[in-house]
Every structure is written in structure tokens, then in C-alpha cells.
Design a protein around this ligand. Structure first.
Ligand SMILES: C[S@@+](CC[C@H](N)C(=O)[O-])C[C@H]1O[C@@H](n2cnc3c(N)ncnc32)[C@H](O)[C@@H]1O
Length: 161
């Protein structure tokens, strides 16, 4: 499999899982969190398709496409290791959907980081809430969910509270 194949599989899987998770959580009132803005492609997709819920974006350094930059009040700047605990104080366990795409090129580093932030993410979800992640997460009580048909196993993961 080439890097292009892997990239395409990741993009197709992200879109399939986000579309599935946005629809599956539509009845929950709590906010949606995007962890890792990057270029802003997945944020743009989420902001376009989520209605009636606030979308907050967590990013340490904004470098997104101008069309995909969240408004100031919806941007939570800083390292997620600091901002996720702060968000728990602010929002409590109310979040309907969390999407995380925080990784870089090293699978080993991505896995270590996913282990580190799993306990920071888990308490934020509302009952019935979903997390869509580009990396396998290490949760105590959230259950891994089957992927929608278009997603490629191993490229994205879905968890439910
Ligand atoms: C792969 S990019 C996200 C791409 C995005 N999903 C898109 O569609 O354009 C990862 C982003 O996560 C951010 N990030 C990585 N580690 C972080 C951390 N500890 N705290 C906050 N942001 C972080 C990086 O700055 C980068 O912008």
C-alpha cells in the first residue's frame, strides 16, 4: 500500500465516520469538540454539517485555511494536555461528539500521546456521546463501535459512552 493509498483511506474514513457520528449524536444538545485544527478540513466539514450545537476547536497554533478558521469564541488555544482538563471544569460531562486528529508522522508517538490524553477525553463525553479518533484510544468505560461501511478499519476508531 502506498502513502497515497493510506492518505486516501484516512480521508475517506474520516468523512464516513464524521457523517455517521454527527447523525448518531444529533439528538444530544451538548457541544462538539474538534481536537487538532490543522488545515481545518475536518473542522470545515463538522461546522458545515452540525446544526444546533456549538463547535469548539482545540489547537496549540492556528495555521488553517482562512475559510476553515473558527471564530475566536470557539477556538480554545493551547496544548490539549492543559485545555482538556480546563474544558472539563467549564463544560462538565456534556460533550456530544469529540473528533480527534492530533497525530503526526510517528505512529509510536501518536500511540503514546493517545494513551496520555485518553483519561482527559473520557470524562468530557455525555452519556450516549461519541468519540471519533484517528488513533486507537485507551478508555476505561467507553465502548469501541463498529465502523460505517465506507470506513477502512485501522484508519479511524469510534467510541461510545
Ligand atoms: C493532523 S493535524 C489535523 C488536521 C485536520 N483534521 C484537518 O482536517 O485539517 C493535527 C493538528 O493537531 C495539533 N496538535 C497536535 N498536538 C497538539 C496538542 N498537544 N495540543 C493542541 N494541538 C495539538 C497540531 O498543531 C495540528 O494542527
Amino acid at each position: 500500500m502506498t502513502r497515497l493509498d493510506i492518505f486516501i483511506n484516512r480521508m475517506v474514513s474520516q468523512r464516513a465516520c464524521l457523517d455517521h457520528a454527527i447523525a448518531a449524536t444529533a439528538q444530544l444538545p451538548g457541544p462538539v469538540f474538534e481536537l487538532g485544527l490543522g488545515n481545518g478540513r475536518t473542522y470545515h466539514h463538522i461546522a458545515h454539517h452540525v446544526t444546533g450545537r456549538d463547535v469548539f476547536v482545540f489547537e496549540r497554533a492556528v495555521a488553517s485555511h482562512p475559510d476553515s478558521t473558527p471564530p475566536e469564541g470557539q477556538l480554545i488555544l493551547g496544548d490539549v494536555r492543559d485545555t482538556l482538563p480546563e474544558a472539563l471544569t467549564r463544560f462538565g460531562p456534556t460533550v456530544s461528539l469529540i473528533h480527534a486528529d492530533l497525530g503526526g508522522h510517528s505512529l509510536e508517538k501518536n500511540d503514546a500521546f493517545a494513551r496520555m490524553i485518553s483519561p482527559l477525553v473520557e470524562p468530557l463525553l455525555a452519556p450516549g456521546g461519541l468519540m471519533v479518533s484517528s488513533d486507537r484510544m485507551y478508555f476505561d468505560a467507553l465502548e469501541e463501535q463498529p465502523l460505517p461501511d465506507d470506513a477502512v478499519p485501522g484508519r479511524v476508531f469510534i467510541y461510545k459512552k
